[in-house]
Design a protein around this ligand. Structure first.
Ligand code: PEP
Length: 255
C-alpha cells in the first residue's frame, strides 16, 4: 500500500498544561520508530510547548482541533491557521461532529477553513460522518457525499492531495459503540470512489482515510486491517498513553 498510515489523537477539551506535557512525554517514551505517522491534537494552549518536546521525532507531529477561516481581526477567542502554523503544528482537525453540532459549523464555513489551512501550507484532517438517524434511515452515503462536496470538493487536485479525511459516524463517537469493520470498510470504499469520480483513481488511492469512533486497543486491529482504512482519529483512548500506543501498534504489518 502506498498511502500513509496515520493515527491522530484528539484530546478535545482535556488536559491542563502540566497534564498534557506528562501525557505527551509518556507517549514519546513508548513510541517506537515506524512508518505510521502519529499526530497529537491537543487544545491550542499545548501546541507550542509540545512542538519543542517532539522536535526530532520523525513520525510525530502536532495538529490543532479547529481554526478560524479569517487571517486575523476582531474575532475574540479565535485562532487563525497562521497562528496554528506558527506553533509548529502541521495539521488542523476541521468539521469534527462536535464543532458541527455545538458550534453550528456549516459546509460553507468549513470550505473556508479548509482554504485557510491549506493557504498556510499545513493540512486539514477533514471529518465527515452521519448521525444515528441517517444510519437507521440508510442515508449515510448521501450525508457523507454532501459533507465532502460542500467542504472539500471545491479544491483542485493538487490542494486536495494535502487533505486527510476522517470518517467518524457520529453515533460511534464517545459512545463505546464502534462501527463494525464491514460498516467502516463500506464507507471508506465509498469515500474513495467519490474522490475517484471527482478527481482520479490515482489521487483516490493516495488519500489517507481514517476511521474515528470509539476506536480502542481491542478493536483497532480489525478496523485497521480493512483495505480502505488507513488508521484512526482517536478521542478517549488517546488520553491514555498505553492505549494510544497499543492503537498505533495495531496495523497488520506492525505485528
Ligand atoms: C473523536 O472525537 O474524534 C473520537 C473518535 O472520539 P472517541 O474515540 O472517544 O469516540
Amino acid at each position: 500500500m502506498n498511502r500513509r498510515q496515520i493515527v491522530a489523537g484528539n484530546w478535545k477539551m482535556n488536559m491542563t498544561l502540566e497534564e498534557g506535557t506528562t501525557l505527551a512525554s509518556s507517549i514519546i517514551e513508548k513510541l517506537k520508530p515506524s512508518q505510521t505517522s502519529v499526530i497529537l491534537c491537543p487544545p491550542y494552549i499545548h501546541l507550542h510547548s509540545l512542538s519543542t518536546l517532539i522536535s526530532g521525532i520523525s513520525n510525530l507531529s502536532l495538529g490543532a482541533q479547529n481554526c478560524h477561516f479569517e487571517k486575523s481581526g476582531a474575532f475574540t477567542g479565535e485562532v487563525s491557521a497562521a497562528m496554528v502554523k506558527s506553533t509548529g503544528a502541521t495539521y488542523v482537525i476541521l468539521g469534527h461532529s462536535e464543532r458541527r453540532e455545538y458550534f453550528h459549523e456549516t459546509e460553507s464555513m468549513l470550505a473556508k477553513k479548509v482554504n485557510a489551512v491549506l493557504s498556510q501550507g499545513i493540512s486539514p484532517i477533514f471529518c465527515c460522518g452521519e448521525k444515528l438517524e441517517s444510519r437507521e434511515a440508510g442515508t449515510q452515503e448521501e450525508v457523507v457525499r454532501t459533507q465532502l462536496e460542500g467542504g472539500l470538493f471545491h479544491l483542485d487536485a493538487e490542494a486536495f492531495s494535502k487533505v486527510v479525511i476522517a470518517y467518524e459516524p457520529v453515533w460511534a463517537i464517545g459512545t463505546g459503540k464502534t462501527a463494525s469493520k464491514e460498516q467502516a470498510q463500506e464507507m471508506h470504499h465509498f469515500i474513495r470512489q467519490l474522490i475517484s469520480h471527482r478527481y482520479n483513481s490515482e489521487l483516490a488511492n493516495l488519500t489517507t482515510i481514517l476511521y474515528g469512533g470509539s476506536c480502542n486497543p481491542g478493536n483497532a486491529h480489525e478496523l485497521f486491517s480493512q483495505p480502505d482504512v488507513d488508521g484512526g482519529l482517536i478521542g478517549g483512548a488517546s488520553l491514555k498513553a498505553d492505549d494510544f500506543i497499543a492503537i498505533i501498534n495495531s496495523f497488520p504489518k506492525s505485528e
